[in-house]
Design a protein around this ligand. Structure first.
Ligand code: KIV
Length: 269
């Protein structure tokens, strides 16, 4: 695909707004590396998220907090290179999305300058309005992340369903007014997500937020059975790739031990 063909077929902030306006549902999945991003892009996923969940599902941490900005850039570079059609959004990790405004703007600028990605995601609503405005003012599109905010885990005392509809709606409205192009809503009752979606004109993307939103996002490792242990109620196993890998590795070990791999055809004369 040429650069100009890529530009024409690329999902942008405007495409997402058009999809929301005509009621076409938006699809979003996480990606952290080139081959996975390429497959998801080819499958037609609208938005790829280089999420700081990389800390949990790839690095093996129990929270997203240890992930650094340099690590996000490293993963974003790979995903940005792979995606020809999808819009790619990159998380600002903790505490780069919480320190002074200028620092966050610089981090957002790094994403646009050093990777081929298109936007950043920032956890928070009303309390982040000024930061969102500063970033959008600097030419950095921002997706706001409200509801359950994993970077806030120690303030909340755990990952909890967020039920305060008034606060959630106020967060979404403040993010929209500050210039966020989309609001991601995590782990809220369906009724709250519906109220938020009604209250704003920008698209809403839900995770654990029911159906009454403009689109859905899930963690790719969760839907492929690549996580061990806890899987949230709101996810679904779409393919058991984890088990397929385990079986393939077992077959490989068996064949090597039985000296049936490599065969003559797989060897050089
Ligand atoms: O970091 C991430 O992958 C996310 C998803 C849970 C939406 O924010």
């Amino acid at each position: 695909m040429t650069e100009s063909e890529k530009r024409k077929s690329r999902i942008t902030t405007r495409t997402l707004q058009r999809m929301r306006d005509r009621g076409e549902r938006i699809t979003m999945l996480t990606a952290y590396d080139f081959p996975t991003a390429k497959i998801l892009d080819e499958a037609g996923v609208d938005v790829l998220l280089v999420g700081d969940t990389v800390g949990m599902v790839v690095q093996g941490h129990s929270t997203t907090l240890p992930v650094t900005m340099d690590q996000m850039i490293y993963h974003a570079e790979m995903v940005g290179r792979a995606a020809e059609h999808a819009m790619v959004v990159v998380d600002l990790p903790f505490p780069d999305g919480q320190l002074d405004l200028l620092h966050s703007v610089r981090c957002g600028a790094r994403v646009l300058k050093e990777t081929q990605c298109h936007a950043v995601k920032l956890e928070g609503g009303a309390e982040q309005a000024e930061r969102i405005e500063a970033m959008v003012g600097a030419g950095i599109p921002v997706m706001a992340h409200i509801g359950l905010r994993p970077q806030n885990i120690h303030v909340e005392g755990g990952y909890r369903l967020q039920r305060d509809i008034e606060r959630l709606v106020a967060d979404a409205k403040a993010a929209e007014a500050a210039g966020a192009f989309t609001v991601l809503i995590e782990c809220v009752p369906s009724e709250a997500a519906a109220a938020i979606t009604d209250a704003v004109k920008v698209p809403t993307i839900g995770i654990g937020a029911g159906r009454d939103v403009s689109g859905q996002v899930l963690v790719t490792h969760d839907i492929l059975g690549l996580t061990s242990g806890y899987t949230p109620k709101f996810t679904r196993l779409f393919a058991d790739v984890g088990n397929t890998i385990r079986e393939a590795a077992k077959s490989y070990c068996d064949e090597v031990k039985a000296a049936s791999f490599p065969s003559d055809a797989e060897s050089f004369e």
